[in-house]
Design a protein around this ligand. Structure first.
Ligand code: CU
Length: 516
């Protein structure tokens, strides 16, 4: 172990000690003052600062691209969910889960217009699912909590890829167990390609100038195993003090080109990030959750809550070294790590750089959905672990949408905790945030949006192509503990003429548990 990482270890231990001391102070305050719970909460999680204390001594791992073959006109992928172990710099191997490998998952790639078939075999000893986050597809293929894959069985969804080029991702979605399954390592990118994207002068050499940046925080027990505990007083979820990028702690990437395209995913359970480079350099945001923007947006920082993605182009100078960091976020909720300063990873540029130098001034057409086309508005109030005062019930349908309709969904954060909102099946656009036009970085296609207290977010979306009276889609907070505890609901998209009364639909109790 190097001196620097010893220093980091000591710092972490000291922080843990401080935390416990603070917890005792909190308990004391609680006992002494009765109404002192707030005091306890405030002091419990002192914000952390790892800047300058991370040894960037490991080359960034880049997930392999998934192997595929074409059979009967469909592009076929084989995925196996399995046990493994990974070197997270703990001095011993850490037990993990992974897909086609010990940790994380291969990057799936498909073209718009292709039929895909994915054969998912569960080699774990408990049931799980795989959900294609951001994908427009039939609800039965969505991989939500109703498509459980029992151990030693294979689930084989197939669908037509028909949406713009985008950086999507995939991860388990078993109700009540999503946090545990993602935390153990089940997550990967699903990249969609199309002709519009291919016609642009953008970096697209995977692993060279076009790289996945899957950011996840973890914490460890002293024996090197993953620590999945949440603090006794905190409802937020797991917050880690070690940042992994693509599963690599202390990662550096060797830059060989003038510009590099980063496909950033906040794959963490709980923590929102506010990414910026240490020198506050500008970069170009070219895409959000559901695809490319109309034009690049010059930014020096970008905030991503769990589940959100950003595609950015960063320019590097020959020979330089620069760190990507994360700082306090808007409305920074300390309990969710929103006040922390973190070193994320390092970029090391070669003395000679090749490749593309600029960024196109225009990208793709992003037609604005027209507010006047909306036939219905629904409200979603987030508080505690509930949406509209109800927690998730696998047999209850909460909303029924008619196929072909455009709707406006207004999402409000009532309790001031960190919440976001993810809708399956569709990519939406943000009409306004607390009545204001969204900033340019939030004007593209999105499937997950951060919802700050006192700032209702109005989303507009159109439900097309897929209807079912039997298989629901999910809408939920993507803070995984919140989702697991019940901050999730189910909506059906039904054919025109069908009832839109949720009470007319009830799912069988065995609906959730068919594998095979
Ligand atoms: Cu939440």
């Amino acid at each position: 172990m190097s001196d620097a990482s010893k220093r980091t270890k000591r710092k972490v231990s000291r922080r843990r000690f401080l935390k416990w001391t603070a917890a005792s102070v909190g308990v004391g305050a609680l006992a002494a003052a009765g109404g002192g719970a707030w005091v306890g909460v405030t002091y419990l999680n002192a914000s952390i600062d790892t800047r300058g204390n991370v040894d960037f001594n490991r080359r960034l791992a880049v997930p392999k691209e998934a192997q595929s073959r074409v059979e009967n006109g469909a592009r076929v992928f084989d995925l196996a969910i399995r046990h493994g172990e990974a070197d997270f710099g703990q001095g011993v191997m850490t037990p993990t889960w992974g897909i086609n490998g010990p940790n994380l998952a291969p990057t799936i790639r498909a073209e718009r217009g292709e039929q895909v078939q994915i054969r998912v075999t569960n080699q774990l000893d408990e049931a799980s699912t795989l959900h294609w986050h951001g994908m427009h597809l039939p609800a039965e293929m969505d991989g939500g909590p109703h498509q459980m894959i029992d151990p030693a069985t294979t689930w084989t969804p197939d669908w037509l890829i028909d949406q713009p080029a985008a950086t999507l991702w995939y991860h388990p979605h078993p109700h009540g167990r999503t946090a545990a399954h993602v935390y153990r390592g089940l997550a990967g990118l699903f990249i969609i390609d199309d002709a519009d994207e291919a016609s642009l002068d953008l970096p697209r050499n995977y692993g060279l100038d076009d790289i996945p940046i899957i950011v996840q925080d973890r914490k460890f027990h002293s024996d090197g195993t993953l620590d999945a505990s949440t603090s006794w007083i905190q409802s937020t979820g797991i917050i880690g003090d070690t940042v992994l990028v693509n599963g690599t702690p202390g990662a550096y990437f060797e830059v060989t080109t003038h510009t590099v395209r980063l496909r950033i995913l906040n794959g963490s359970n709980t923590r929102p990030y506010n990414f910026a480079f240490e020198d506050n350099r500008d970069f170009s945001l070219i895409g959000t959750d559901g695809g490319l923007l109309k034009a690049p947006v010059e930014l020096s920082n970008i905030q991503l809550s769990p589940g959100e993605r950003a595609e950015v182009i960063v320019a590097f100078a020959p020979g330089e070294q620069v760190r990507l960091q994360s700082g306090p976020s808007d409305g920074g909720d300390r309990l969710a790590g929103g006040e922390d300063h973190l070193d994320i990873m390092q970029f090391r540029a070669a003395d000679q750089l090749d490749g593309i130098t600029g960024v196109p001034t225009e990208l793709v057409d992003v037609p604005r959905l027209d507010e006047s086309a909306a036939v219905r508005t629904r409200n979603f109030e987030l508080s505690g672990y509930a949406i509209n005062n109800q927690t998730m019930d696998m047999s209850r349908i909460d909303e029924v949408v008619t196929l072909g309709d455009t709707e406006i969904w207004t999402v409000t954060n009532l309790d001031g905790q960190t919440h976001n909102f993810h809708i399956h099946d569709v990519q939406f656009q943000i009409l306004d945030i607390d009545g204001r036009e969204p900033p340019p970085q939030l004007q593209g296609w999105k499937d997950t949006v951060w919802v700050q207290q006192g700032e209702p977010v109005r989303l507009i979306m159109r439900f097309t192509d897929y209807a079912s009276n039997e298989w629901p889609y999910m809408h939920h907070c993507h803070m995984l503990r919140h989702e697991d505890q019940g901050m999730m609901g189910q909506f059906l998209v039904v054919d025109p003429g069908q009832s839109t009364n949720p009470a007319d639909y009830r799912l069988g109790t065995d609906h959730g548990s068919h594998g095979g």
